[in-house]
Design a protein around this ligand. Structure first.
Ligand SMILES: [Zn+2]
Length: 431
């Protein structure tokens, strides 16, 4: 007999409707078989009442650092994907800036093999653009494409050599790969550790000017346009960079882009007492950028929300000064509650935007099938309680690292259940 589960009184979030649908959701085996108001309980079915709770399709994150191979003291494929599940994320695209960097078909296969053993959710990996991410020669692009890579990136660094980027894009075009760009002009960033401006001068911290990102972003899209390659701009932080992308999109250039949650609600003014939890690359910019990026997200300039989940050990983040500490914060476990807390609860955007930008479009970008709460679909879903709260304690978090400004802080909303192919990956929290 197939196990059946009837979720009663779900409020269902979808990408195409600002209104939550109400209904009962029947899961049999791995699939959703019915979504209706007042479904009869099938014999032997387990019934779960979701009154007041939101059900949405599983989220998908296209920018995750799982640090394996090489830095499993920070994170591993196992802990990174458990952190994803804890945040309602049921699929990830990992970044290749590991040690060694993922720049060949054999390394891609190694990572996918580890993931098949260690992860309860699907893991994809991107590959490098250049060998060892050194920016000197092309990585084994054809082989990586053959091994299933859909995106290449030197994330963490730009490809400084424009000619090498152009040649790589020609390869990428032939193999139908997306070239994803971490936009930075190293000569301008120098030893910078935060946004360059009045606040960096005041703190005496070397700055990374907005133009460091904006110039590279403009250059990379122009090369992509010239070659006819799909270019994806990672973690956009400045309103001017975003406007450049909007302009190229309007011209029909094949460019997509992402915004990280922390660039929507944190900015340089949060850097008080040299707290390294606010140090990332690209850096937190200004309050005006927060607001304009949020507007851009609402208007549809950003294709996807992606966390840039970047775990670092406590020693690296806490026991070093601001300039020496590494860039980045974790994000998988805090993304959904934080976006709810700051923007959905306050009415800035609806659940439809969250589903579209953090579930459906990321899967389209990664060439995965989109999931939704509808009959015939795989049962890949998240139950979220908007009335509960989440305290991000060390105990709560599954990530090996806790380098997040939300550590020991509370946000509204709580991920209560996560299901993949009809199996609970997380259950029993609050329900
Ligand atoms: Zn990056």
């Amino acid at each position: 007999m197939i196990d059946s589960i009837l979720f009663r009184n779900a409020r269902i979030a979808r990408e195409d409707s600002p209104k939550l649908a109400e209904g009962d959701v029947l899961v049999e085996g791995a699939k959703i078989v019915a979504v209706e108001v007042g479904l009869k309980t099938p014999e032997g079915a387990r019934v779960i009442d979701l009154a007041g709770k939101i059900m949405m399709p599983g989220l998908f994150d296209v920018h995750v650092h799982v640090r394996e191979p090489g830095r499993t003291d920070k994170e591993s494929i196992h802990t990174g994907t458990e952190a994803a599940i804890n945040g309602g994320v049921t699929g990830i695209l990992a970044m290749p800036n590991t040690t060694p960097a993922i720049d060949s078909a054999s390394l891609v296969r190694t990572v996918l093999d580890i993931a098949a053993r260690e992860s309860r959710i699907p893991v994809m990996t991107s590959g490098c653009i250049t060998k060892g991410r050194l920016g000197l020669e092309m990585a084994g692009i054809a082989g990586m494409a053959d091994a299933g890579v859909v995106m290449i990136t030197d994330d963490g660094d730009p490809v400084a050599n424009a000619q090498l980027l152009r040649l790589s894009m020609e390869y990428a075009r032939e193999f139908d790969l997306i070239v994803a760009s971490h936009c930075e002009t190293k000569e301008l960033s120098g030893a910078g550790a935060m946004n360059e401006g009045k606040i960096s001068y005041k703190h005496g911290i070397p700055g990374i000017p907005a133009i460091s990102e904006e110039i590279c972003l403009d250059r990379d899209i122009r090369i992509g346009q010239y070659i006819g390659c799909h270019i994806h701009i990672q973690h956009v932080t400045t309103a001017r960079g975003m406007e450049t992308i909007r302009k190229f999109k309007n011209e029909g250039v094949k460019v997509t882009c992402e915004v990280a949650p922390h660039h929507l609600y944190f900015n340089e003014t949060h850097i008080i007492d040299y707290d390294t939890h606010y140090k990332m690359n690209p850096p937190l910019r200004t309050p005006e950028d927060n607001e304009l990026l949020l507007q851009g997200l609402i208007e549809g300039v950003f294709d996807v929300i992606a966390t840039d989940h970047a775990p670092h050990t406590e020693f690296e983040k806490q026991q070093q000064d601001f300039v020496s500490a590494p860039f980045g914060i974790t994000g998988l476990e805090t993304a959904l509650p934080s976006l709810f807390h700051y923007f959905i609860k306050t009415g800035r955007f609806g659940w439809d935007l969250l589903v579209k930008r953090y579930s459906a479009e990321p899967r389209r970008l990664a060439r995965k099938e989109v999931v939704s709460i509808a009959p015939g679909q795989a049962a890949e879903l998240v139950v979220f309680d908007p009335e509960a709260k989440t305290l991000f304690s060390r105990d709560f978090m599954k990530s090996k690292s806790v380098n997040t400004p939300f550590l020991d802080k509370e946000l509204d909303g709580r991920v209560e259940m996560v299901m993949l192919n009809g199996e609970f990956l997380l259950e029993g929290r609050g329900v």
